[in-house]
Design a protein around this ligand. Structure first.
Ligand code: FMN
Length: 186
């Protein structure tokens, strides 16, 4: 018998604590000779081919104008060993600060865009703006990933997933349900 939950009213402004998908990513940008990094949890996959990815970048972030103007960024995926950097980068503004230097991270040149990859992240996705029509209303950017870099190991990276209010989950046990899948690619 599966458990049926008795649910209570829940504050609408806290639903993100259950729906935020993760993994937490570090978004790098480059504009007018300067690089920056921000932490991001509000993002989603949108299409297989072309590889579309959407994300929410607040106007209060220094990265917002850098990314809006350059129309490019790199989405870097950190693992739990970078947890302190994830929090530090998400709690500082790159207006004058060089976050690569401050957090001891390594810039690696991208192939297709001006923003650098972060060497310490196991995956980095170079993005070009695909559709900016939702930026004015929702600060929502729709990207096409034009180049993907992923390390061969670890196979199951211990990524960070945000629960809000400073709490994170770490990706855990993998379960293999492939034999139950009827549709390709899902
Ligand atoms: C765990 C975490 C998740 C975050 N997710 C987002 C997000 O999805 N979108 C956003 O605009 N800011 C997000 N932030 C806030 C930015 O990372 C933060 O405002 C950062 O200081 C921006 O840096 P910048 O001003 O140098 O661009 C997040 C911060 C943390 C700590």
């Amino acid at each position: 018998m599966k458990k049926i939950y008795a649910k209570k009213d829940y504050p609408l402004d806290q639903i993100r604590r259950h729906l935020e998908p993760g993994p937490i990513v570090l978004v790098t940008s480059h504009w007018q000779g300067r690089d920056n990094i921000m932490t991001m949890g509000w993002h989603m996959m949108m299409e297989f081919t072309p590889a579309l990815f959407g994300c929410l970048i607040s106007t209060i972030d220094h990265s917002f104008e850098m990314i809006r103007k350059s129309k490019e960024c790199v989405i870097n995926v950190p693992t739990v060993d970078l947890a302190d950097e994830v929090v530090g980068i998400g709690n500082s503004h790159g207006t004058r600060l060089d976050k690569f230097r401050k957090f001891g991270l390594t810039r690696v040149a991208a192939e297709e865009v001006g923003a650098p990859l972060i060497g310490e992240c196991y995956a980095s996705f170079e993005c070009r703006l695909h559709d900016g029509s939702l930026i004015p209303k929702y600060n929502f950017f729709i990207w096409e990933v034009v180049k993907a870099h992923v390390a061969a190991s670890p196979k199951y990276p211990k990524t960070l997933h945000y629960r809000g209010a400073g709490e994170f989950m770490v990706a855990g046990r993998a379960i293999d349900l492939r034999e139950k899948f009827k549709k390709q690619n899902l």
